[in-house]
Design a protein. Structure first.
Length: 471
């Protein structure tokens, strides 16, 4: 079928109407008028683009799907859908449409970033899957023996080597600009993985010189600048990315995260709200909103969004954990216990959940249950002193003094440079009248406290030592 573009005057009129008053009957009438034009795939695609650019996401998806139904053998609607789903952070849907397009045209180097995500989605061994997908991509493009191929395949296992090969690919003038631009982008990613954010900044800038509209490179630049130069400058690049691609949920999320890290909770809240408008069914957005509202002490809104997150992603333990913490803070202990149990059911390997559950039992004066929860946290992470110290105290509180002494000593052995663990061991030994042992532990705490050169030393350590020495 011969493709015909959307009439320029109708397209421009629709853009103007959407920009001024998007919910009027006039807009709906104009869209119906466009639909009365002779059936044409490109018409649906252009209409979808206009609606997408004006953040009418569901309507844009409808138009792209209509184009796909009209021309099922054409890759263009599938790629439009894949790209928009990618922007909406709906990776499984995006990958499905990319694969349908690849069946028609084969994998393309411009899709390499989705290939990376494909590895994570399709295989329990992301590195192995990514290698396979990159290999498939580059073999299909006749790049078997080039630097880009070898750089991408070593990206995870040997990022330093990947930097070397990708830099060579970026400088190779035999490649077209699109290939070199991708090489610059991936060089930036590889440099970030070697903790060289300064050099990564340069690579992302080079990528943007070759394609100033590449949002991924702009996001990479923002992250690199945030780490290596200035948080505020990094946030400004995130703001530029939002301006370039306002329909990309993932971009709004990154900016909102940056604002939150800067302490701008109200700005962060607005960013997450914009993301929610783009995809109201995103569990990740509801989760983020719940945490921001929690930070703003708006607990009712926090609970609402965390419940939404839990209902949208039934396998995620995180919403239940944060709901439990909020409910515990409001002394709703029965409801909090239910949420802790749901969190443990979905993720039985998270020590923090058991640790906080232990504090709930402490508040309820259920010392045995608290002991059990603190013990589980310590078992899951025996090198974390906050878990093991609390378990030792719980053991001591139940009269298990031999077990408590062993746990205190194991904590010291695992964290020999932490003054607090020596102090806690000393306190325990003093309580059981082992004053020589207590003196030794307190001396170690005082010495380590002086070594770390804090602005204000912990006087409690020195006072405890002087007290036991006076005995």
């Amino acid at each position: 079928m011969t493709q015909r573009p959307l009439e320029t005057d109708l397209e421009e009129k629709l853009r103007q109407l959407l920009a001024s008053d998007p919910d009027t009957e006039e807009v709906r009438s104009l869209i119906e008028e466009i639909h009365r034009q002779p059936l044409d795939m490109s018409l649906y695609l252009k209409l979808g683009d206009v609606l997408r650019d004006n953040l009418r996401i569901e309507e844009a998806l409808t138009e792209y799907r209509a184009a796909e139904r009209l021309e099922p053998g054409d890759e263009s609607p599938k790629l439009r859908l894949a790209e928009l789903y990618y922007d909406l952070d709906m990776m499984k849907e995006s990958l499905g449409h990319y694969k349908e397009a690849w069946d028609i045209i084969g994998p393309n180097l411009n899709h390499s970033r989705l290939l990376a995500m494909a590895g994570i989605l399709e295989n329990d061994n992301p590195e192995e899957a990514m290698r396979g997908m990159f290999g498939r991509l580059l073999r299909n493009q006749d790049y078997d023996n080039n630097n880009l191929y070898h750089g991408l395949l070593r990206l995870d296992a040997e990022p330093g080597y990947a930097v070397h090969m990708l830099k060579r690919a970026a400088r190779d003038t035999a490649y077209c600009d699109a290939v070199r631009q991708n090489a610059c982008y991936w060089t930036g990613i590889a440099r970030m993985r070697t903790n060289d954010a300064v050099s990564a900044t340069k690579s992302f800038m080079e990528a943007l010189e070759l394609d100033g509209d590449d949002t991924d490179s702009l996001l990479g630049l923002a992250s690199a600048v945030w780490i290596s130069y200035s948080n505020e400058d990094g946030a400004e690049y995130y703001r530029q990315a939002v301006a370039k691609r306002p329909f990309a949920l993932r971009v709004h999320m990154r900016l909102a995260e940056a604002e939150k890290a800067l302490g701008n909770l109200e700005a962060s809240l607005e960013g997450y709200k914009q993301a929610l408008k783009l995809n109201p069914k995103s569990a990740a957005v509801h989760m983020a909103l719940g945490l921001v509202y929690q930070g703003l002490c708006s607990t009712d809104m926090a609970v609402h969004h965390l419940n939404q997150a839990a209902s949208l992603d039934k396998d995620d333990s995180t919403p239940h954990y944060h709901l439990a913490r909020i409910l515990q803070g409001k002394s709703k202990f029965d409801e909090a216990e239910k949420e802790y149990r749901l969190a443990i059911e979905k993720d039985p390997e998270n020590p923090e959940t058991f640790f906080q559950f232990g504090w709930l039992y402490n508040l309820r004066k259920d010392r045995q249950s608290a002991h059990d929860m603190f013990g589980k946290a310590a078992e899951l992470c025996p090198t974390m002193s906050r878990y093991t110290l609390q378990f030792a105290k719980a053991q001591e509180g139940l009269g298990f003094k031999d077990g408590a002494k062993e746990t205190y000593q194991k904590t010291v052995d695992a964290n020999p440079l932490e003054p607090e663990v020596h102090f806690e061991l000393g306190s325990f030994l003093e309580r059981v009248s082992d004053f020589d042992g207590a003196t030794k532990a307190y001396k170690e705490a005082v010495m380590l406290d002086e070594m770390v050169k804090l602005e204000k030393s912990n006087k409690q350590y020195a006072e405890a030592l002087q007290k036991v020495l006076r005995r």
